[in-house]
Design a binder for this molecule. Structure first.
Ligand code: 48H
Length: 266
């Protein structure tokens, strides 16, 4: 005999959702790291940040994670990964198919799912459907101390609704091609002298090398990883090869961990 489906009152559902969501927002209104964007760089960074014990909040505009992973190469459901980034995907159980020496192909859906599960299992909190549209800053010394968040639906509606601030020891721009957080910093905190000229045309090997090399701190409290690095440093794009994104995410996590954990605060 089958078990009867449990009866749940309508308002019980409402109360449970509001209460538990509010608990999360209160808990994460002060955190160690805010990762903006749940693409390959943001998810990889949040895996290692959360694994190290840092209170990590990932804020993603869409109602899904993965960023540009899902689009594969021209909407074909495969991506190319070159070594040594294959080790990162293996660590989180993502299947890889070798296609050349140290070059692999993976399914986009598998890569999205495994990276996101890795971040969640490590303890990162991923909140979907929210957009970071500003930063919190302090002067003397000049530093970033948090981010300002709005619902994606509100930002798309064109209504004027004031956003909410969240404080953190570090904010990482993992917003991809448009480097949205850095663009805000450039426009609204001119004393930071940040320029976001945008990426260059394609040159795969150079692009991958420079993305990883230029990943890091932009100013105290503000970091950049992934494709946003190319927008900031005007370096080439690489197309659908994702090793650089993963290595950049891992590198920024290591830098932030070192800064926050080993040297105290920022
Ligand atoms: C909240 C935001 C905001 C915001 C954007 O585009 P992504 O996948 O970025 P990366 O850097 O992790 O990976 C880039 C890669 O996907 C790619 O495009 C490559 C390798 N291209 C090469 C080429 O030649 O074209 O993910 C960024 C995520 C997305 O999910 C956005 O929705 C999200 O960030 N996002 N979330 N607040 N202001 N802006």
């Amino acid at each position: 005999m089958k078990e009867e489906i449990k009866s749940v009152d309508e308002t019980f559902i409402t109360k449970a959702i509001i209460k538990k969501a509010a608990d999360d927002w209160i808990e994460f209104s002060e955190c160690d790291v805010i990762v903006v964007g749940a693409g390959p760089a943001g998810l990889t960074a949040s895996i290692y940040l959360a694994k190290s014990g840092l209170k990590t909040l990932v804020l993603e505009r869409r109602l899904s994670f993965g960023g540009g992973i899902g689009g594969g190469g021209m909407s074909l459901h495969k991506l190319v990964i070159e070594s040594p980034a294959d080790d990162i995907l293996r660590e989180f159980g993502c299947r890889l198919e070798p296609v050349d020496d140290n070059v692999y192909v993976t399914d986009t859906a598998a890569m999205m799912a495994k990276l996101a599960a890795g971040a969640i299992d490590a303890g990162a909190k991923i909140i979907l459907g929210v957009v970071v549209d500003d930063l919190i800053f302090r002067s003397s010394p000049l530093k970033i101390v948090g981010a300002v968040v709005q619902w994606t639906s509100v930002s798309m509606s064109g209504l004027h609704v004031d956003p909410l601030p969240i404080k953190s020891k570090a904010v990482i721009d993992c917003t991809g091609h448009d480097a949205e957080v850095l663009a805000v910093a450039s426009r609204k905190i001119p004393e930071l002298n940040i320029m976001v000229p945008g990426e260059k045309s394609m040159w795969v090997d150079l692009a991958e090398k420079l993305i990883v090399e230029n990943t890091g701190e932009v100013c105290p409290g503000l970091y950049v990883a992934g494709m946003a690095v190319a927008a900031l440093h005007q370096t080439p794009r690489m197309g659908p090869i994702f090793g650089g994104m993963l290595l950049s995410g891992k590198k920024v996590a290591e830098l932030v961990i070192e800064k926050i954990k080993l040297r105290g605060n920022l």
